[in-house]
Design a protein around this ligand. Structure first.
Ligand code: ADP
Ligand code: ADP
Ligand code: MG
Length: 453
């Protein structure tokens, strides 16, 4: 059984995990970098330990210091959150070797799903549709050209280790392939220390749809519906909602079946997300599986009433899931907006600084997951996410009205944010009708304050 959890992360997700620990009557220890000495997650925990300097490589990615902090403070488990060490199989192994429970996927599952090119192979072998492209990794530009000619342009050159939209380049014809290949490889090497690439046909005007699941060690597995994540900038999600306007009950059943196949193909235990792109013709293709808690998990929590972090902790300690598939019910509609410290006038570049005033929204149907407070520092060393605002309503329109209200109430001063873009989205015609794809933010925003829903 787990009594004391070390949280190997920072910011809003550390606060989020602290909350589930408290609800489960568990103690928790957070780790922090020198830059995060005054951070909220450090003071909210039972105990907190500094694990190194500001640079993530020296602190939040410092496996030795994190594991020794866990042992020294008497923890029996480690929750990695998302990003950082959450999908690092060596870290999971080292945690387990130290006699601690890793609240995440087994190292072998992380390995077989973490390399996106080999994960695609595994899916194809298990009857999950994948996008036409290379069989595994592509070693040379000439091989890339041959495959691209076979599947037809445009193609995407993608990093096997990719994440957060990095290591991905588009080529519309053969003349663009060489540059796409070297740029994607260089970016992947810089970001992930791994330049391996694969090729995939580009699906024009796609939607990003993903399925949340949780699996335990007793053969229990539940899927918790889909999330629509097509509102993206530079292939990064900005807004997510559930259910998706593009998913019929038939498609939902199919996606759910694919997600279960994906999880079973890797003997998966933990919360996980199977991501798909959906073509305008309605065909869904697997793109990757994230073997961790996702940023947008609260959308699913809102409509199912399930605490996904609690389920993660349960299954990690060997307990069965608290629900069966028949027990999962869906209520209403939820939308999440990601508020980031970014400058809209400088192409949404990160905008770090000191927050001198904050007013967070609240009220019926609103949840805010954040770690910001007046006077806090937004460090240039880490992700620019400031807060997630989640609106829940009985209908999609009710959720939209509540999100409008929440964004009207939200005030953050001291750093530039993308608040105005989020607000405009709540009046964007394509968003309001629900007929949008991953191009929505590059199309001109359509502001019409008068139009009723
Ligand atoms: P989600 O799929 O949960 O929305 P994102 O792709 O937006 O997740 O990534 C969540 C967080 O994890 C972000 O802070 C992102 O920068 C980070 N991240 C994602 N993939 C990786 C990776 N391979 N290595 C390091 N950080 C990553
Ligand atoms: P990451 O690991 O960075 O999250 P993904 O493979 O999940 O990368 O893709 C991120 C986004 O890029 C998707 O949500 C989608 O918008 C776009 N994308 C990825 N693959 C394709 C494809 N083959 N065709 C069209 N869009 C794609
Ligand atoms: Mg992805």
């Amino acid at each position: 059984m787990i009594r004391r959890v070390l949280i190997a992360n920072r910011g809003e997700i550390a606060v989020r995990i602290i909350r589930s620990c408290r609800d489960m009557n568990l103690e928790m220890v957070t780790v922090f970098s020198e830059a995060d000495r005054g951070a909220l997650f450090a003071s909210l925990a039972t105990e907190s330990v500094c694990v190194g300097p500001a640079r993530a490589a020296d602190s939040y990615l410092n496996q030795t210091n994190i594991i020794s902090a866990a042992l020294k403070t008497g923890c029996d488990a480690v929750h990695p959150g998302y990003g950082f060490l959450s999908e690092n199989p060596e870290f999971a192994e080292r945690v387990i070797e130290a006699g601690l429970i890793f609240i995440g996927a087994d190292p072998e599952s992380i390995r077989s799903l973490g390399n996106k090119a080999s994960a695609k192979k595994l899916m194809r072998a298990n009857g999950v549709p994948v996008i036409p492209g290379s069989e595994g990794a592509v070693r040379s530009v000439n091989d890339a050209k041959e495959i691209a000619r076979e599947v037809g342009y445009p193609v995407l050159v993608k990093a096997s280790a990719g994440g957060g939209g990095r290591g991905m380049r588009r080529a519309d014809d053969e003349s663009q392939l060489e540059a796409a290949f070297s740029d994607a490889g260089a970016e992947a090497f810089a970001a992930f220390g791994d330049a391996e690439l694969y090729i995939e046909k580009l699906i024009p005007n796609p939607r990003h749809i993903e399925v949340q699941l949780v699996a335990d060690r007793h053969g229990g597995i539940v899927t918790l519906g889909e999330r629509e994540c097509s509102v993206q900038r530079r292939s990064q999600k900005i807004l997510e909602e559930s259910p998706s306007k593009a998913v019929s009950p038939e498609l939902r059943a199919k996606l759910s079946d694919y997600a279960v196949r994906a999880a079973k193909s890797a003997d998966y235990v933990n919360a996980g997300t199977v991501e798909f792109v959906l073509s305008p013709e309605g065909n869904a293709y697997f793109i990757e599986m994230n073997t961790r808690l996702q940023v947008e998990h609260p959308v699913t929590e809102a409509i199912t009433g399930l605490d996904i972090v609690r389920e993660q902790i349960r299954v990690a300690s060997g307990l069965p899931l608290s629900v069966t598939q028949d027990g999962v019910t869906f209520s209403g509609h939820a939308i999440e907006c990601r508020l980031c410290a970014e400058d809209p006038e400088r192409d949404f570049m990160p905008s770090p600084g000191t927050i001198d005033f904050v007013h967070l929204p609240g009220g019926f149907g609103i949840r805010v997951d954040t770690a910001i407070f007046p006077g806090c520092e937004v460090s240039p060393h880490y992700d620019s996410l400031l807060a997630k605002i989640i609106a829940h309503g009985r209908t999609r329109n009710e959720a939209i009205y509540r999100m409008r209200r929440a964004l009207e109430e939200l005030i953050v001063r001291g750093v530039k944010t993308n608040l105005s873009q989020l607000y405009m989205l709540m009046y964007n015609k394509d968003f309001l009708t629900g007929r949008y794809d991953t191009g929505i933010l590059t199309n001109a925003p359509q502001l019409n304050l008068e139009e009723p829903l």
